[in-house]
Design a binder for this molecule. Structure first.
Ligand code: NAD
Length: 284
């Protein structure tokens, strides 16, 4: 089988996107979980560029420090950027992150983005129960806790509007013959709970949307694929664009969903996948 053509590289896209304008989140306070990693960090950078105050929350303290230093270097004009170690599978930890914003006037935007895809996650037969439980604890319960404390904070501060964005995945929408069953089930749950909360809270002005990224050029997936060429091609052949997505392309979608420009966008499975889930055969 021949390789896949790559008409516009990821780095061209990153360069173009980095030059887009500023100011869309002025006066907003945001919590981002999984802030030290790919999508989370790019989103924090973008939020800060657009004028938001940002709490970067992540389970890894050293990674957080490094990520915050990068943000401050790239966005010297950033307003408040704080870091907080947070394990999203622990309710008290999530509550503490959200409550940190009380001193700023309360939360406006919650990006429940932290997630894991465990190397031992497999099919129905081979997935160990403890991997199933760990995956649901972070990917599902963590999102629930984030939604719960975001709603409580929005109410506490009498906010007329709020935006909650939960990271799901395209695997919640299409089946994969390379199964990671616990992960797939967890992302399906994220879609379902996001949709329901969108309807429950619509008249309070609180919007809930789920982000569905395609396979990305971030450590979560790339570390797992390594330089295994057949394993990579197994995926790349299905990409109409011929390439993995970039974290910043997801961050741009999150920015839109977080901003008031998306005021009538609610309850959506917001798919950012270069057309992957709409493809039958892809260009040679
Ligand atoms: P990443 O691994 O680069 O970043 C994830 C971050 O979450 C890391 O910084 C990690 O320390 C943090 N984290 C892990 N467990 C945590 C916990 N219990 N509490 C708080 N933080 C925790 O991954 P990424 O690619 O940026 O993924 C972000 C989200 O996007 C995840 O929910 C992932 O499932 C989803 N996603 C990723 C891809 C992809 O191909 N990378 C595709 C679809 C969906």
């Amino acid at each position: 089988m021949s390789g896949v053509s790559t008409p516009g590289s990821g780095s061209d896209v990153v360069h173009t996107i980095n030059s887009i304008g500023m100011g869309r989140l002025v006066g907003k306070n945001a919590v981002v979980t999984g802030a030290a990693g790919g999508i989370g960090l790019e989103t924090c950078i973008l939020f800060a560029k657009e004028g938001a105050n940002v709490l970067m929350a992540d389970i890894s303290a050293p990674a957080l420090e490094k990520a915050a230093a990068k943000l401050k270097q790239l966005v010297p004009s950033a307003h408040k950027v704080h870091v907080q170690v947070c394990d999203v599978s622990k309710e008290e930890s999530v509550k503490a992150a959200v409550d940190h914003l009380d001193a700023w006037g309360g939360l406006d935007i919650m990006f429940n983005n932290a997630g894991i895809m465990h190397a031992d996650d497999a099919d129905a037969i081979d997935t160990p129960e403890k991997i199933w439980d760990l995956t649901q604890a972070i990917n599902v319960k963590g999102v629930w806790f984030g939604c719960k404390h975001a709603v409580l904070a929005l109410r506490k501060h009498n906010k007329a509007r709020g935006s909650i964005i939960n990271t799901a995945s395209v695997v919640a929408l299409v089946g994969s013959a390379t199964p990671q069953l616990a992960y797939t089930a967890s992302k399906g749950a994220v879609l379902a709970l996001t949709r329901e909360l969108a309807i429950v809270h619509a008249r309070e002005g609180f919007r809930f949307n789920a982000l569905c990224p395609a396979p990305l050029n971030t450590p979560l997936l790339q570390d797992w694929l390594g330089d295994d060429k057949p394993k990579r091609l197994r995926r790349e052949i299905h990409f109409p664009s011929g390439r993995f997505g970039e974290a910043i392309e997801q961050a741009q979608a999150v920015l839109f969903l977080a901003s008031d420009e998306a005021s009538f966008v609610n309850g959506q499975d917001f798919v950012v996948d270069g057309g992957m889930t709409k493809a039958y055969v892809t260009p040679e």
